[in-house]
Write a protein that binds this ligand. Structure first.
Ligand code: GLN
Length: 280
């Protein structure tokens, strides 16, 4: 009796069933990983469901599934993640860019003019996701991206080079420290905002804790930015902060107490309060 052939379709079905134990998107995870193993676009899986996997591909897929089953994000296994239509390199030194952060980019672009070269600061850039998205949309703007992690900055620089974006300057340091004597029209940040005791941190254990957790109420980084960013913002400048879905009111309070006005919270595509903008 011969064994059933290991085709793309039945590999995906088995993999999705197995990943359902650990992932909210098992089928998508399986497809992304198999496409990566085959070095083919995901569409290849749908046009060639009956194609058989050779031994090498079957082994590589099985190894990737084992990692995903342990909880490792798909993006760390494949080494990349798409954000704002840009394929970005990511490693365990950088947070995996999330779709909700595109809401911040979208909101910032509503205010950043196309016809006037502005100066934009991205605090805690990580893989460079926000900085690169803004740089690609506003090529005449000058963007400065900071991060306390030298390793993260190296990845962000590689990503900028890969996408031939030369209007970003990368500087190492904590929040505004390395640019304290400069002036910006826009300041944007996706800082850490998870509470130190949030059980979700266990699920996020592969990602840098310093990019996720921010004190007992998750607001330590946001408080720091709210206190400091006013000093480097031009008159009429705007601050955009990403935060947790349940932090809209708390972030507004922090901003009010630190002298900000025009505070407005915007929902992400899932309908959760996610981005707050403010002016001086
Ligand atoms: N949105 C992330 C999450 O999955 C947190 C990112 C951050 O802290 N900036 O919880």
């Amino acid at each position: 009796m011969s064994l059933p052939a290991i085709t793309i379709e039945n590999s995906l079905a088995d993999a999705a069933e197995r990943l359902a134990e650990v992932s909210d998107s098992p089928r998508l995870d399986a497809e992304t990983l198999l496409a990566w193993v085959l070095d083919a676009p995901r569409s290849h899986l749908f046009t060639h469901p009956e194609a058989e996997l050779n031994d090498q591909a079957a082994r590589a897929f099985s190894a990737a599934l084992a990692r995903r089953h342990q909880g490792e994000p798909v993006a760390y296994i494949t080494g990349s993640k798409e954000f704002w239509s840009l394929l970005l390199k990511v490693t365990r030194d950088t947070l995996v860019p999330r779709p909700e952060t595109e809401t911040l980019v979208e909101q910032a672009l509503l205010l950043i003019p196309r016809d006037r070269p502005c100066r934009i600061l991205d605090l805690g850039t990580g893989s460079g996701a926000i900085a690169l998205a803004l740089a690609s949309e506003r090529p005449n703007c000058e963007i400065v991206a900071t991060d306390a992690s030298r390793d993260a900055l190296e990845i962000a620089k590689e990503n900028a080079k890969q996408h031939e974006l030369d209007n970003i300057r990368f500087v190492e340091g904590t929040w505004i420290e390395p640019v304290a004597d400069e002036c910006f029209d826009f300041v944007v940040a996706n800082p850490p905002y998870v509470r130190d005791d949030d059980p979700a941190l266990d699920e996020l254990r592969y990602e840098p804790r310093s990019a996720l957790a921010a004190g007992p109420d998750g607001l330590d980084a946001i408080r720091r930015i709210a206190e400091d960013a006013g000093r480097i913002l031009a008159a009429n400048g705007t601050l955009f902060l990403e935060h947790g879905a349940d932090q809209g009111n708390a972030v507004a309070d922090v901003l009010r107490q630190t002298g900000w006005t025009g505070i407005e919270c915007i929902n992400d595509l899932a309908g959760h309060p996610r981005v707050t903008k403010a002016a001086r």
